[in-house]
Design a protein around this ligand. Structure first.
Ligand SMILES: Cc1cc2nc3c(=O)[nH]c(=O)nc-3n(C[C@H](O)[C@H](O)[C@H](O)COP(=O)(O)O)c2cc1C
Length: 204
């Protein structure tokens, strides 16, 4: 790696922001394919590549997913005893956020090729490794999208309702939804700060 490459990569990493508003311009399928192909060069435990990606670009698919997640959000918050007006605002905001994206990539993991152990402790660690590997591919995707001039945002909601997302999209039984990435050409600019890294590092 040359110093200029490191500088470029650092600039891409630091200038990426979570973008939640998009223009209507569609994202070409070949662009999405290219992002995914490159993202999949992430490291993964045993190089088993446990990530799975469901790509949604059809309005009807995105609306179906947003609708069923919204229903669950309403039911959960109603059971929590929250104010109905707050709930409806939250449901509408969540629906608008998903349906406002020209593309959605549902990020899943599969244990199909991961190791299996006779005990729960090691199976749990294997699952965590699959989730860590999948998150690494997802981060690649966010960075690549940004480098292509696209905006993207990781949304955690599918992690809370994996079986619902699986059913709404008829995903294969072993695909465990971890989150989704909304993707599109940006219609907003964002700034964010970070805590000084010294507050998160022990240099031993
Ligand atoms: C695990 C995870 C879950 C997130 N979930 C959501 C979410 O549900 N909705 C959302 O708008 N942003 C979500 N984000 C984006 C964060 O809010 C965002 O990364 C953070 O505020 C830092 O901003 P930046 O990405 O622009 O630097 C999530 C990010 C991560 C890593």
């Amino acid at each position: 790696m040359t110093a200029p490459a490191a500088d470029i990569l650092a600039r891409i990493i630091k200038s990426r922001r979570s973008i939640r508003r998009y223009s209507d311009r569609p994202v070409p399928p070949e662009t999405i394919w290219r992002l995914l192909e490159t993202a999949a060069w992430a490291p993964s435990a045993h190089n088993r590549q446990p990530w799975r990606f469901a790509v949604l670009t059809a309005t009807a698919d995105i609306e179906r997913l947003a609708g069923s997640m919204g229903e669950r959000l309403r039911a959960d918050r109603t059971a929590d005893g929250d104010d109905p007006a707050d709930i409806e605002r939250d449901v509408a905001r969540s629906y608008a956020r998903l349906t406002g994206a020209p593309a959605i990539i549902v990020v899943c993991l599969s244990l199909a090729e991961m190791d299996r152990y006779p005990d729960e402790r090691r199976n749990r660690s294997e699952w965590v490794m699959a989730a860590q590997s999948t998150a690494m591919a997802a981060q690649n995707l966010l960075l690549l999208a940004h480098a292509e001039g696209l905006g993207a945002c990781w949304i955690c909601a599918p992690l809370f309702v994996p079986e619902l997302v699986q059913a709404a999209l008829a995903l294969p039984a072993d695909w465990q939804p971890q989150g989704l990435i909304t993707l599109g050409f940006p219609a907003e600019e964002k700034t964010k700060t970070r805590e000084p890294i010294g507050s998160r590092v022990l240099f031993l």
